[in-house]
Design a protein around this ligand. Sequence first.
Ligand code: URA
Length: 442
Amino acid sequence: MNFLSTLIKKRDGLELSAAEIAEAVKGIVLGEVADYQTSALLMAMFLRGMTEQETLALTLSMRDSGETVDLSDLNFEGTPSLDKHSTGGVGDKTTLVVVPLLAAGGVPMLKMSGRGLGHTGGTIDKLASIPGFRTELTVLEAKAQTRKIGAALIAQSDSLVPADKILYALRDATGTIESVPLIASSIMSKKLASGAARILLDVKVGRGAFVESQAEAEKLARVMIRIGNGAGVPTGAVLTSMDEPLGKMIGNALEVKEALHVLTNRAEVEPRFRELCLILASHGFVATGKAKDETEGLQMATALLTSGKAAEKFAEISAAQGGPDTIEKIVASLPNAAVQHPIYANTEGFLHEMDAKVLGLLAMRVGAGRERKEDTIDFAVGIELCGKCGVKIANGEILAILHLTKNDTENRLPELEKAFRDALTIKPTPLLDERPLILLTL
Ligand code: URA
């Protein structure tokens, strides 16, 4: 294999063939290529960009670099399986609502998820805050469970897409994360290897997302849709705002509690989070042929939520995977942080911004997330926001509650409180131009 000639060709801005890309990925995974050469190729791809053909070829080579799962035999009377994927955000616990919702409506939902890294959370960490809930099921076990009760929520196997583990770590270390073709191939190789028959992407846009501008996010979504469709898996996407955190809770057990509040129709649920869950579920029903259009999909999703059927399905999934068997027992089993520390407003006005990235990083600092893969996390800690962008704030009212360990409370409370306040922008005038939640449907 001549990796160097491939690297030089890309450096000079020429298009690589599918065979050259496949050879390069193979060499990288077999350990035949030095990290510095792989890093140089990534930088050339980042700076020169990649054509759609190159991006598709890279995605397919990455998909085929490890184990692949086939879910084509998992369909209920013709309804195919679906994978809902978020490109990563802060407070994004939609999977915990959307999976039982779609499963309650008859869509086979074998969902493989990852752990959180950096300022964004991961579904598997959220589920791990439920005592006893096992996410380390084999694909065979998860398939059997899905056939029986309609859904399974499991950790993505380590043997899926080994190329992405190598490439992502090098991208992280070489400043080559923020590239549309590299993000698209990283995400879509894992989605295609996971085997679902339909893919629904929630592409996050804004300060707490990988992509900040709507134009870039749209480009990313369109590339991923073409990759999915090109690989024979019908793929759709919605672009949704991630300027402020989704919902009011950030942190693993707190987010499970918030998802369960939506599933049980509690009055205090944050409307934008609930709305996003219903919209994603409605797209899922349309994509799998369960609903003829979004209006019908939304009606189905709303009915399944308000009737409590989606909540029952979540409890069924929990029981099947070793967790408590009712929503009440799950809520009661969630860990609570040692200290709940309120933060009070020291001014009055209107809340214009709550920087999702800053708050995601703060949640990570108090122990809810990991900076490095090997870090351990504390399921109980996090941030509970008391308002959302647009609300009027009175001086002295509670802005948020920090759920903290005793150690953080005793040793760095002022620093944590300051970090929280720095994430907020409060102005004397009302907020009139908030970015809508759903920016585009593709
Ligand atoms: N998520 C991924 O899996 N890969 C990326 O490159 C970015 C977000």
